[in-house]
Design a protein around this ligand. Structure first.
Ligand code: MN
Length: 312
């Protein structure tokens, strides 16, 4: 888990202590002024003026108070490519975009772009919006249902037959993902016009130059104010909300696919998946692979082997 460090004056530290007064903990380390714990972050202020933010939302939390010095940001594994992120992006009105399903053999690829208006940020926090990887499926479903009632978004679901068709035309998964992000963002921009986001933040799956190379030759390429960062869910709640809606869309499609198969399909791409795919071949024929899976994964070969072995 990452951390951010800022320098603050004694006055600022008092202000911060006041701000976090509901979250103060009794354990203050040697040299410390206060220590506070929020849902996603532990904040420790030292007499030296150093304030340490640790935990999932460290960057967002630190950004309330000042400029994070880039050198001190390095313990964090996040990296941004392309244009550096605006200093106070966490508090801006932002379109965030994220995808789900890239690593799952069964099921579609889902990309969602969400617009989180500055004025909605406290509500999003209140609803429990955070990185979907830290949420259980039931939490994702319940938060997603709340989000869908008020948030502007665009959800794109690429079902397996179409995915396989694009892949066979020679498109890499990276290219397919890039096309979908760009499309989801353009849809959303059109939907919310004339309102415009202050920034567009894509959870980085490819470096900025690679992303734009994938988009070459496309009709509408959204370039203006587009930023990339890994772990972008922890930078802006728009990306966290997008990850939740994408996961929700994926789960729903996945359940439908399981019903169609007649048994519960496993997620991911491990040995259980090979077994399930072999069962699918056994019960629905080899052609079913096209309709349920991302055929180019190595699981296809393994499943075929298992299926032919079981036949004998
Ligand atoms: Mn992502």
């Amino acid at each position: 888990m990452g951390q951010s460090v800022i320098k603050a004056s004694p006055d600022q530290i008092n202000e911060m202590k006041e701000f976090y007064k509901a979250n103060l903990t009794s354990k203050v380390p040697p040299g410390g002024v206060f220590c506070a714990k929020t849902a996603g972050c532990t904040i420790t202020a030292y007499r030296s003026g150093k304030v340490l933010f640790q935990g999932a939302t460290h960057a967002a939390e630190a950004e309330r108070w000042g400029e994070i010095s880039p050198a001190k940001k390095t313990p964090d594994k996040r990296k941004a490519s392309g244009i550096p992120l605006p200093a106070h992006i966490s508090g801006m009105s932002v379109i965030g975009s994220d995808e789900v399903g890239k690593g799952d053999y069964f099921g579609p690829l889902v990309v969602v772009a969400v617009f989180a208006d500055q004025k909605h940020l406290p509500l999003l926090k209140e609803l429990g919006v955070k990185d979907s990887k830290h949420l259980k499926d039931e939490q994702i479903i319940s938060i997603a249902k709340d989000l869908l009632t008020f948030i502007p978004y665009s959800l794109l679901k690429l079902d397996n037959p179409k995915y396989n068709e694009m892949q066979k035309k020679g498109m890499t998964q990276g290219k397919i993902t890039a096309l979908m992000h760009n499309q989801a963002i353009s849809h959303l921009l059109r939907k919310m016009a004339p309102q415009k986001p202050e920034a567009i933040l894509i959870d980085q799956f490819a470096e900025a130059p690679v992303y734009f190379r994938h988009l070459q030759g496309q009709q509408n390429i959204v370039k203006e104010r587009v930023f990339f960062s890994t772990k972008a869910e922890s930078i802006h709640l728009a990306v966290a909300a997008a990850s939740i809606l994408a996961r929700y869309g994926f789960l729903r499609a996945f359940d439908k696919l399981s019903s169609k198969a007649g048994f519960k399909l496993p997620k991911g791409a491990g040995p259980l998946v090979d077994q399930a795919a072999a069962r699918l071949i056994h019960e629905h024929g080899e052609k079913a692979i096209e309709d349920y899976t991302k055929v180019h994964f190595a699981n296809t070969g393994k499943a075929m082997k298992i299926a032919s072995r079981n036949k004998r």
